[in-house]
Design a protein. Structure first.
Length: 252
């Protein structure tokens, strides 16, 4: 077997081992925000949020950092491609705690860490609450094809938005709110095979990590479950940034 194939195999084994560890962490600590409106292919858990906490000192698995795609033109990401820290978010637009994170925590992370080049946020569609979740995920992906994913994200997570559902007409309304220019193209994209494949890819990645509820996060390989307090994310990001800093950098 060629040397490059051996290296690839070893890398895949290492990632697989780290994923197994993350599955234990995410499976034990994760919780869901809302009860599914419809059965999904995998049962979503509902556990009381008050009983769950994420220790910012929990293990970091460098192999999981390999899940960061760092694609320069990824429409479902924000922040520098080469940012030292990548936060991967697995979330569902029907999830109340995902909405809480989007409204209350994420804007602060963007202002504090994304804007100064420290952090990159990569979204993964993880619909687990049935057909409406799947529809919203495909709509979000379609908005991204016209460069309006984050605007759609904000509209879909606005207070009271999820209660209105994510049917076809509602998705068009959200797309208009997000400033999507070509609504006909948006509808076509949302119903396309490409949208289904993109959402499935993200979903399978999350299930492969053992995530059974939303939101779930990875910060440079550190699993965090749930819409935790701001300081949990601040500490995880700052620790990751410090670890990513070259030895001796900044020292005079």
């Amino acid at each position: 077997m060629p040397k490059s194939d051996n290296s690839k195999k070893k890398k895949n084994i290492a990632i697989g081992a780290a994923v197994a560890l993350a599955a234990l962490l995410l499976g034990a600590a994760s919780y869901s925000a809302t009860k599914p409106d419809e059965p999904s292919s995998v049962t979503a858990k509902e556990e009381p949020a008050a009983d769950v906490s994420a220790d910012p000192q929990a293990g970091v698995y460098p192999e999981l950092a390999e899940l960061a795609r760092r694609e320069a033109k990824d429409p479902l990401a924000q922040g520098r491609k080469d940012a030292p820290v990548v936060l991967i978010e697995y979330a569902d637009f029907k999830c109340g705690y995902c909405g809480k994170f989007a409204r209350d925590t994420e804007p602060g992370l963007v202002k504090k860490y994304v804007e100064d080049g420290t952090l990159r946020i990569e979204w993964r569609n993880f619909p687990i609450f049935g057909a409406d979740s799947e529809s919203a995920a495909r709509g979000a992906w379609a908005a991204g094809q016209q460069g309006r994913f984050w605007q759609f994200h904000a509209a879909a997570y606005a207070d009271g938005a999820k209660e209105k559902g994510f049917g076809g007409d509602r998705l068009k309304e959200l797309a208009k709110q997000a400033g999507v220019k070509h609504i006909g193209r948006f509808s076509d994209d949302a119903g396309s095979a490409a949208a289904k494949a993109a959402v499935k890819k993200d979903q399978e990645e999350a299930y492969g990590l053992g995530a059974t509820s939303t939101p779930s996060f990875l910060v440079n390989g550190r699993p965090i479950s749930g819409a935790q307090p701001d300081e949990v994310f601040d500490q995880a990001i700052e620790q990751a940034a410090k670890s990513a800093k070259p030895s001796g950098a900044g020292d005079k």
